[in-house]
Design a protein around this ligand. Sequence first.
Ligand SMILES: C[S@@+](CC[C@H](N)C(=O)[O-])C[C@H]1O[C@@H](n2cnc3c(N)ncnc32)[C@H](O)[C@@H]1O
Length: 236
Amino acid sequence: MSQSYYVPGRQRAAKVNELFAGIARRYDLLNDLQSLRLHRRWKRRLIQLAGPRPGRRALDVCCGTGDLALALARGGAETVGLDFSEAMLEVAAARSQGSEGIRFVRGDAQRLPFGDNSFDIVTVGYGLRNLASWEAGLGEMQRVARPGGRLAVLDFGKPDNPLWRGLYFGYLRRLVPLLGGVFGGSASAYAYIHESLAHYPAQQVLAVRMRQLGLAKVGVMNLLGGVMAIHCAEKE
Ligand SMILES: C[S@@+](CC[C@H](N)C(=O)[O-])C[C@H]1O[C@@H](n2cnc3c(N)ncnc32)[C@H](O)[C@@H]1O
């Protein structure tokens, strides 16, 4: 593995941007391979919880190639997908050709270019973990949500069971970079998942932060024994 994509502090954004620019074209294929397509099921679950409908405005932060944003728009919500990677947004734009009620915006998740109380639904999938400050990203999601609006976060989790956690971390550390090297052209880009997860809090800390932000009805759904987690909450 030639380089590490995890760097703390100010250089974080540039390094993460470089990482996604390099893997954008193969990102969807690798997601399917690494999760055995389970990420599709987890994303459907998040969308059900978010509840897109005609008449609702939705924002998907760190939208990447647009899976969640497209699903929100298919549910009838007027949807914006935001990401800072031009390469990922290009793929999202190509995938959304012919879809209605969706647009993509280039921007920083830690400084969303929207006013307070703008959206009924704000989602993020596998995004907060990549930010220099996940707390800042969550705070921005809360700020742009309308009172009564829903926030939903999907990301890697940390299983409570030590045996399961060991197996899963071993998978992330060894097999995921191997798959990334063979099919995605970069083992180090995929080693980043394990590195970034090491610096991201487990399920409970994110839930605590949501409550500290004044969010209500905070719920945590563990998927596959805590390998993944969906956090849901409502802005009061
Ligand atoms: C792992 S991908 C997730 C993509 C998509 N949400 C999904 O679930 O498949 C993370 C995305 O976050 C984006 N990202 C990372 N830091 C960001 C930031 N500060 N502002 C906006 N987007 C960011 C990356 O460009 C990348 O597209």
